[in-house]
Design a protein. Structure first.
Length: 140
């Protein structure tokens, strides 16, 4: 399941507050922040069979390519790729349930994306499926 959780921005003379009040973080065990080295780098493909993730752009914007893995022993390289663009100004969280692979590319300099996970780091070696960046090719 791929779902957006919409937030908002409250502004006044003091500045602004970005929020996503409908993001229930009861399942979250950890988070990390990704900042790509440059705009050319594509970080991926990494998939998770057990872990679900939530993505929130802190600054700039990212293109995120998403595939739903069909076979964990040998994923089909022609799986359809869904492309999404996340912008900090949109103040929304993208939720991916377990079973998806992702590849990220920053679209603006100094872009940062916050990633939440429902599994602790000790589970990472048991749920890390990586593929070469050119493995999935069926981009729509």
């Amino acid at each position: 399941m791929i779902k957006y959780i919409q937030g908002g921005i409250a502004k006044d003379q003091r500045g602004q507050i970005r929020f996503v009040n409908d993001f229930d973080m009861n399942l979250v065990k950890r988070f990390y922040i990704i900042k790509n080295a440059d705009l050319k780098l594509i970080r991926g493909w990494r998939a998770h069979r057990m872990e679900q993730r939530w993505f929130y752009v802190l600054s700039g914007s990212f293109s995120i390519d998403i595939v739903e893995i069909d076979n964990w022993d040998h994923a089909s390289p022609d799986l359809p790729i869904r492309s999404e663009v996340l912008n900090a100004e949109d103040s929304q969280v993208l939720h991916l349930s377990k079973g998806y692979g992702t590849a990220f590319q920053a679209l603006k300099p100094n872009s940062e994306i916050l990633v939440f996970s429902d599994f602790g780091i000790e589970n990472a070696p048991n749920d890390d499926y990586t593929y070469p960046i050119d493995y999935f090719t069926n981009k729509k």
